[in-house]
Design a protein around this ligand. Structure first.
Ligand SMILES: Nc1ncnc2c1ncn2[C@@H]1O[C@H](COP(=O)(O)OP(=O)(O)OP(=O)(O)O)[C@@H](O)[C@H]1O
Ligand SMILES: [Mg+2]
Length: 247
């Protein structure tokens, strides 16, 4: 049963992906009282009439299609041309569904592997899968270098509100962690960001081409320790795909 404020709907039983949907309005269906019993948890899906189930499925399917369109538009507007055809493998799709179902329960991902093995491609494939799920949760994707550039204090710019917007993203992808020059300021920002997401159980996808021990050296013990606890590690292996004649 999925929670919908105080009312519930058996979305799984209806074959509807998890999401935040509007219930049918009273009066939109002649046996609305029976539906209401289902929403109140008093009547299981299996005990509704077949027409009730058909009505509910069609009502929510329309919203799924709308949500998917909005989520795909968000993705299409942001994905770089090179990664526009990064399609998710099963593991990536499963992660995205877990995120859509409960963003605080899903573990973060740490994608590691040498240069050109496909880490950024993988991260974008997860974002495509997130879009395909139709979730209304929003993601942000930044390379670590760009992130630091956008957070550097500048006259007239409120870098604290930028920090909060990024730190509170429903899903944050941080590409190329550990690739930047390590200064005290970078260390502090990285720690604040990762610690915030760690404390609030907010999912992130990190990529790095540093091996775990080097990553620990590069990011420091406190950040590395949090990453270990919050992330499932995915190690990508193979050759530099760019040498294989990628366009
Ligand atoms: N699974 C894949 N299928 C097809 N092409 C891929 C795949 N993974 C990566 N590529 C292509 O290989 C090239 C390198 O991939 P990508 O940029 O993701 O590597 P990376 O591991 O992020 O490298 P770096 O560490 O330098 O950032 C890109 O052109 C990408 O589109
Ligand atoms: Mg990359």
């Amino acid at each position: 049963m999925a929670q919908h404020s105080k009312l519930t709907v058996d979305f799984a039983g209806l074959g509807i992906p998890p999401g935040n949907y509007a219930l049918p309005a009273p009066g939109s269906y002649e046996d609305y009282d029976r539906l209401l019993k289902h929403f109140k948890g008093e009547l299981a899906l299996a005990d509704l009439a077949p027409d009730d189930v058909r009505f509910l499925r069609s009502h929510f399917s329309e919203q799924v299609a709308e949500h998917q369109q909005v989520a795909m538009d968000y993705f299409t507007a942001r994905v770089p041309r090179r990664f526009a055809t990064a399609y998710p493998e099963e593991q990536a799709s499963e992660w995205a569904l877990g995120f859509a179902a409960d963003r605080h329960a899903v573990k973060s991902l740490l994608l590691i592997g040498p240069t050109g093995v496909g880490k950024t491609h993988y991260a974008w494939s997860v974002l495509r899968a997130v879009a395909e799920s139709g979730t209304q949760l929003r993601w942000q994707m930044h390379t670590a270098v760009d992130l630091y550039a956008s957070l550097r204090p500048r006259d007239g710019e409120d870098s604290q509100s930028t920090f909060e917007r990024i730190a509170d993203a429903h899903l944050l992808v941080l590409d190329d962690l550990g690739a930047s020059k390590w200064t005290e300021w970078v260390e502090e920002i990285t720690y604040r960001l990762i610690n915030h997401r760690y404390e609030e159980c907010l999912p992130s996808i990190f990529t790095s081409n540093l091996a775990p021990a080097k990553l620990r050296d590069a990011l420091g013990e406190r950040v590395a320790s949090r990453l270990t606890e919050m992330c499932d590690r995915i190690v990508l292996k193979g050759d530099d795909r760019r040498k294989g004649g990628a366009k």
